[in-house]
Design a protein around this ligand. Sequence first.
Ligand code: PHE
Length: 343
Amino acid sequence: MWDIINDLVKELEGFQAKTQAEVEAFRVRMLGRKGILTGLFEDFRNVDPRQKKELGKKLNLLKNQVQQAIDVQKERLAAKTPTQSPADDLTKPAEILNMGSRHPIAIAQREILDIFRKMGFSVEEGPEIEDDWHVFSALNFPPDHPARDMQDTFFINSQTDNPVLLRTHTSSVQVRTMEKQKPPIRVVCPGRVFRNEAISARAHCIFHQVEGLYIDENVSFADLKQAILVFVHEMFGSSARIRLRPSYFPFTEPSAEVDVNCNICGGTGCNICKNTGWLEIMGAGMVDPNVLKASGIDPEKYTGFAFGMGVERIAMLKWQVRDLRLYFENDVRFLEQFQGGLL
Ligand code: PHE
């Protein structure tokens, strides 16, 4: 009888059921009416009275251990098996997936790029961390130009001949393009830019630009005007009008600021256009010969135009957003108003 008991103890130690049915079978084999333990308890009656005390203790202990093993296995398997698997109800409608939508800045940027792509421009991108050469020097900024000042530019390392900084415009990508491509060049350069400005409804220290560059033989100011007009018609509708005002940029000559007629008041004057009927949307001009020279392009042979616009500003005008900060707060109530195509 001791042998049987010892064998059972060993079996108990290694007992691992794979299913509830296995646990039940084990219970029946041990504790059922004809079970091994039940049998042992019956045999116990005929045991030598001198052994009864010790054997009785052992048998009771074994019975408890068997019961415990059964409980443990039952619980373990119950935790593993979900009460209902998703496949149980095949008629259940699928869960609704909450689809996100594109950010308004991404929608506006994509629209701007699409318009220029149709005019034959290709898209170029470049690094946000730049050097002085690509952001300033190659673009004909004199050494003492105020834009190099700490007031406007976030410097990363200004202790070298060619300081490292966060680009203040994506004109740097145009320089990189001119350095590696031969004319004709026709590119648009989207990207994030950084300026050390106080954050307000109309200004932010991070914003997005799309700048464009077209270099070929005989590119004229008329080409620039026409490209901008086509862009404005596509973006704001064919009744939109533009106006060019003389301006100054170190990298273009002549330079202009481009206005579009205010689509909020229709030109009669409102607080958005400051009662002028016009809204400024971009800077533009003919590429300065010094800029072409700095990038190894012959200014005697080639001419070009360039322009640059703020994506936030274009999006503001298109959707009449009155505060720039809304773009950065990621408030879903604001963002879900722009259904400009899915991801
Ligand atoms: N780079 C100018 C800016 O950041 C925009 C611009 C681009 C103006 C090209 C003229 C020509 O404001």
